[in-house]
Ligand binder design. Structure first.
Ligand SMILES: Cc1ncc(COP(=O)(O)O)c(C=O)c1O
Length: 386
């Protein structure tokens, strides 16, 4: 019955719930750790909130419907989701990842997952020479697209062909474009990851993470993991993310409109050397992104002419906060080299282009004129300073 994502954001798959008899339109927050059993050997379907909680379950149904998956699991953060996902692998398993990933994911892989015996090759997946890194222990390919922070676009269909040929799982972090703009399952992915902290929640007020799958086997494995490791999302946070998702389409459209205007402004600024935004026509990223997604999102990375200018912008904006994170109502400026990507080994960081002149901007939903005026006064005051 429900076919459009705008409607799914509000009702999920449309299943009317009968858990609450009050007729509450806003899904109730079942703030309960445990649930009484009617009789010995009987259950209401809810036993203990680490296993299942009605508010979290409703959120999971909504997110599964947005990504057209058969199951979605809600975690206490994006990193909790990725950490739980690593539990489907065993020592000596080998995973190929793109080299430009959120720094926290690289920190997890190289310090914790590797200690647990999982092996990694971090390669530039935009070169599509992935096959030369596949060995008999390779089990998965892990990518973000657009990548964080350099905004590279990876052709998901192309990578999925390689993954299918070698019987590997393709894991796609869809945080930046969200199911509003991009549907990785339709492009051949097997597992989708989200930092729900970002666009899904959308208000910079809580953390969340998701794993979405389209196979019963993966769903069963991950359900066992989430109840065992205990990193499921709490009821109140589940409710905040549910509320955020209701306005996802409106926020994505407005933030994208703002990002396009900011990118155009930055391109014309003399002291900004490079602007990385997939919505810039004439680039390879634009071509691939146009083919596989319905939009370009609202994340922009740009290179200033000097480290001093980058630092000056960060301390001179009057509205835009200098803060980690992205995807919320507020436009944020981030300095990847000392924040989100500080733990990526320096040689890899520099190779990826994450120098100390790189700034990342997440466009919010304010008036674009105000965002641009704020950036302009920050850049111009450096010029004036000399
Ligand atoms: C692309 C991407 N994936 C995953 C994460 C981790 O999510 P969280 O901060 O919710 O743990 C982030 C965080 O910035 C991210 O940008």
């Amino acid at each position: 019955m429900i076919s459009r994502i705008e409607t799914k954001c509000i009702y999920g798959n449309g299943k009317k719930y009968d858990k609450d008899k009050t007729g509450a339109i806003s899904f109730p927050i079942y703030q309960s750790a445990t649930f009484a059993h009617p009789e010995v050997g009987e259950s209401t379907g809810y036993d203990y909130s680490r296993l299942q909680n009605p508010t979290r379950e409703h959120l999971e149904e909504v997110v599964a419907s947005l990504e057209n998956g058969i199951d979605a699991l809600a975690f206490s953060s994006g990193m909790a989701a990725i950490t739980a996902l690593m539990e489907i692998f065993k020592p000596k398993d080998h995973i190929i990842t793109d080299s430009d990933l959120y720094g926290g994911a690289i920190r997890l892989f190289d310090n914790i997952s590797e200690k647990n015996g999982i092996e990694f090759s971090h390669i530039d997946c935009t070169k599509y020479n992935i096959e030369s890194y596949i060995n008999e222990n390779t089990k998965a390919i892990y990518i973000e697209t657009p990548t964080n922070p350099m905004m590279n676009i990876i052709d998901i269909r192309k990578v999925s062909e390689i993954a299918k040929k070698h019987n590997l799982l393709l894991i796609v972090d869809n945080t930046f474009l969200t199911p509003y703009f991009q549907h990785p399952f339709e492009l051949g992915a097997d597992i989708i990851i989200h930092s729900g902290t970002k666009f899904l929640g959308g208000h910079n007020d809580t953390l969340a993470g998701f794993i979405i799958v389209n196979s019963e086997e993966l769903s069963e494995k991950l359900r066992f993991i989430i109840k065992t490791v205990g990193s499921g999302l709490a009821p109140f946070d589940s409710w905040l993310i549910l509320r955020g998702i209701k306005t996802l389409p409106l926020r994505m459209e407005k933030a994208q409109e703002n990002a396009k205007a900011v990118a155009e402004f930055l391109i014309n600024e003399e002291k900004i050397l490079n602007v990385y935004y997939p919505g810039i026509k004439g680039t390879e990223s634009y071509e691939i992104c146009s083919k596989q997604a319905d939009g370009f999102g609202s994340m922009i990375t740009f290179e200033t002419e000097s480290k001093e200018l980058a630092l000056h912008i960060l301390k001179s904006t009057k509205i835009i906060p200098f803060a980690e994170s992205l995807g919320g109502t507020e436009t944020l400026l981030t300095y990847p080299s000392t924040q989100t990507h500080a733990d990526v080994p320096e040689d890899i960081r520099i190779k990826n282009g994450i120098t100390d002149r790189i700034l990342r901007l997440s466009a919010g939903i304010e008036a674009k004129e105000d965002i641009i005026a704020d950036l302009k006064q920050a850049i111009d005051s450096f010029n004036e300073r000399g």
